[in-house]
Design a protein around this ligand. Sequence first.
Ligand code: FES
Length: 102
Amino acid sequence: MPTRHRLCSVNDVPLGQGRECVVGDRIVAVFNVDGRFYALDGICPHAGGPLAKGELHGCVVTCPWHGWQFEVSSGQHQLNPRIRQTAFPLVIENGDVFVDLP
Ligand code: FES
């Protein structure tokens, strides 16, 4: 049963950027794409890089460590169709960002 967690305020994630949020023992990367918010597992599946600290161009984030790229709404790797980073459903309520985690 998923549990809802508050990650941050929408004002904490500037347009075109990501923010790293810690929820228990997880790191969740929240991205603001033109005012739409998305959340991915924040740990890159390649070698553990911090996805929230990567460059965001449109809907694609580039891991700052070795450049793997993911579509932030789906988690789909941009070159390898077999790699999909976990994407979490987000809810915005009263200016706060919440995520439902399993
Ligand atoms: S750790 Fe992300 S591309 Fe290597």
